[in-house]
Ligand binder design. Sequence first.
Ligand SMILES: NC(=O)C1=CN([C@@H]2O[C@H](COP(=O)(O)OP(=O)(O)OC[C@H]3O[C@@H](n4cnc5c(N)ncnc54)[C@H](OP(=O)(O)O)[C@@H]3O)[C@@H](O)[C@H]2O)C=CC1
Ligand SMILES: O=C(O)CCCC(=O)O
Length: 481
Amino acid sequence: MAKLLPFQREKNLIGGEWIDADSAGTIEVTNPATGEVIGTVPNCGAAETKRAIEAAQKAFEGWRATTAAERADKLRKLAAALEKNKEELAVLLTTEQGKSLAEARGEVGISAAYVLWFAEEARRVYGDTIPSPWANRRILVTKEPVGVVAAITPWNFPSSMLSRKLGAALAAGCTVVTKPATQTPYSAIAWGLLAEEAGIPPGVINILTGSATQIGGEMTANPLVKKVTFTGSTEIGKLLMKQASGTMKRVSMELGGNAPFLIFDDADLDAAVEGAIGSKYRNSGQTCVCANRFYVQAGVYDAFAEKFAEAVRDLKVGNGLEPGVTQGPLIDEKAVEKVEEHIADVLAKGGRVVTGGKRHALGHSFFEPTIVADVTPGMKVAKEETFGPLAPLFRFDTEEQAVAMANDTEFGLAAYAYTRDLGRAFRVMEGLQYGQVGINAGVITTEVAPFGGVKESGLGREGSKYGLDDYLNVKYGCIGL
Ligand SMILES: NC(=O)C1=CN([C@@H]2O[C@H](COP(=O)(O)OP(=O)(O)OC[C@H]3O[C@@H](n4cnc5c(N)ncnc54)[C@H](OP(=O)(O)O)[C@@H]3O)[C@@H](O)[C@H]2O)C=CC1
Ligand SMILES: O=C(O)CCCC(=O)O
């Protein structure tokens, strides 16, 4: 087994104590670029989760009583700790997840940015006074932290998905029990070490790895948990929501995407290609806001396909730690099989490969960045999220047709469109049934803007001034004079 990297802690954190699983059981963690086991993490279950929730509840009484300025100070120190250790954290992230080091540095950077944003927002949790309908009564509205928060995060952004939950929760005065994805636990466990460095009190952040069903089961059933926040698949999101309804917990759900990317005849094609590369191939196509379906107007279909293919051929596949690599491996074999299944379906139904199309010669879970053309609505890629480096090009004739095809999905997370017509830009932005729309912009995530979806892509918003609301209860006080 490889030597441990800086910040690679093989324990869990409950109430300030670094612990092993009660059973002493562990789970191996693998580097997807090499297939090498890089370490183990505790295989915890319901009992450890219950203790972590109790520790978080105990810490909540003290943390909620701190002033906003005190919480802001700790969060600023946490952001500084992330920035100071960015290189080590990025190497750890790439090693367990596979993305290029440049992207990993970017992810740690935005994690720090989320925490810093919420450090600033902590001091702006304003209430209201409302003109009273009674002469002898006054009406106040205040906001209070919801309580203990359970946060479950995925493997595609193991650091930043946690940062926007943790940052908002801590700023609001909540405490957290978190469970990262089993494939990428170390970047989340590292937050325990960073929190210690920042002086965040024991029990405010608790971190568990292990059985998803046991940990998730306890998190959603335990009455001390007041809110569940989840990023991952729509299927598991629905399950957790059902489970959380037993004790009527608040929920935030960031789920699947299936994002459309529209290119109109009047688009700046070079800008559209640049946006498409960022939107589609970031994290090797494994983000929930990745373009999944490209709708190209007939007049520029061939020209766009050609320019896009040229740019895709320049992408460099390899171990994310190697200089110049832009495309790391997919997370696992199952992810590769999904991409293969979607390509095979396109080819069986009359589509063609423009570039790529198969597993990469490097082996493991590396896949060639791929474009397929002559794609039609009856193919699987029209309905299912590929979550890999596959860009299917559909053809359309009119704006109405493009918007209708883009909206023909149960998902509604992110959508993109390229056009130089101002009126069309507004019509399309308003017509797309999505929580986030990029017009002439392919990568739009930032800590200052609300991230979240509509339809089956989820509930709630993360980041921005709206991101705190999910962690606050509104209280109405009526004071008789
Ligand atoms: N919206 C997004 O950003 C993401 C979307 N996805 C989509 O989901 C597909 C499947 O990916 P996958 O990793 O399986 O996503 P999951 O939704 O299964 O996993 C996300 C997180 O949920 C946990 N989890 C899984 N089952 C349960 C459960 N019953 N109770 C509580 N927690 C649970 C996982 O833990 P564990 O790792 O231990 O199983 C992980 O921490 C992808 O191909 C993609 O389409 C995936 C990841 C992120
Ligand atoms: O895939 C996700 O769940 C979040 C994507 C975040 C980003 O756009 O950086």
